[in-house]
Design a protein around this ligand. Structure first.
Ligand code: ADP
Ligand code: MG
Length: 140
């Protein structure tokens, strides 16, 4: 299996609830290396651009409000099969359906405030990583 990079975001609810360390520890324990990291509060424009694929969905406005409500942690994770493994570690989008022990099961407050984001394909990962990080800020 090839080494991949994927974008992970620790969302505002999990930062507010003090779970940055727990979530980073989980990725490291699973063998996903943190190759870049930044704590930042997203602007409305930046959050809208990030979630552009969802702009026609009824929850878009609320999602953007939530994602800009307080700081997030942006990370590039690197490792074998990183895109799919991160999605597995995160659990299902709806925490009510997320597997026991998954990050969303452990740390989500709701379907919207579901603790973490992870790229859903290699193609999205490339777009999402370059949306937030310069090449020179990513360390293998
Ligand atoms: P994922 O984050 O698992 O890739 P999606 O890309 O479908 O899920 O949705 C992006 C984000 O939008 C979700 O993580 C969640 O925060 C929010 N979201 C998705 N569906 C809903 C919904 N029906 N109601 C409210 N928020 C939602
Ligand atoms: Mg998605």
């Amino acid at each position: 299996m090839t080494i991949e990079r994927t974008l992970s975001i620790i969302k505002p609810n999990a930062v507010e609830d003090g779970h940055i360390g727990d979530i980073m520890a989980c990725f490291e324990r699973e063998g996903l290396k943190i190759a870049a990291i930044r704590l930042t509060q997203l602007s409305k424009e930046k959050a809208e651009g990030f979630y552009i694929e969802h702009k026609e969905r009824p929850f878009f406005g609320s999602l953007v409000n939530f994602m800009t409500s307080s700081p997030v942690v942006l990370m590039v994770l690197e490792g074998k099969d990183a895109v799919n493994r991160n999605r597995k570690i995160m659990g299902a989008t709806n925490p009510a359906e997320a597997e026991e022990g998954s990050l969303r099961k452990l740390y989500a407050r709701s379907l919207e405030a579901n603790a973490v984001h992870g790229s859903d394909s290699l193609q999205s990962a490339e777009r999402e990583i370059s949306y937030f990080f310069e090449k020179g800020d990513i360390y293998s």
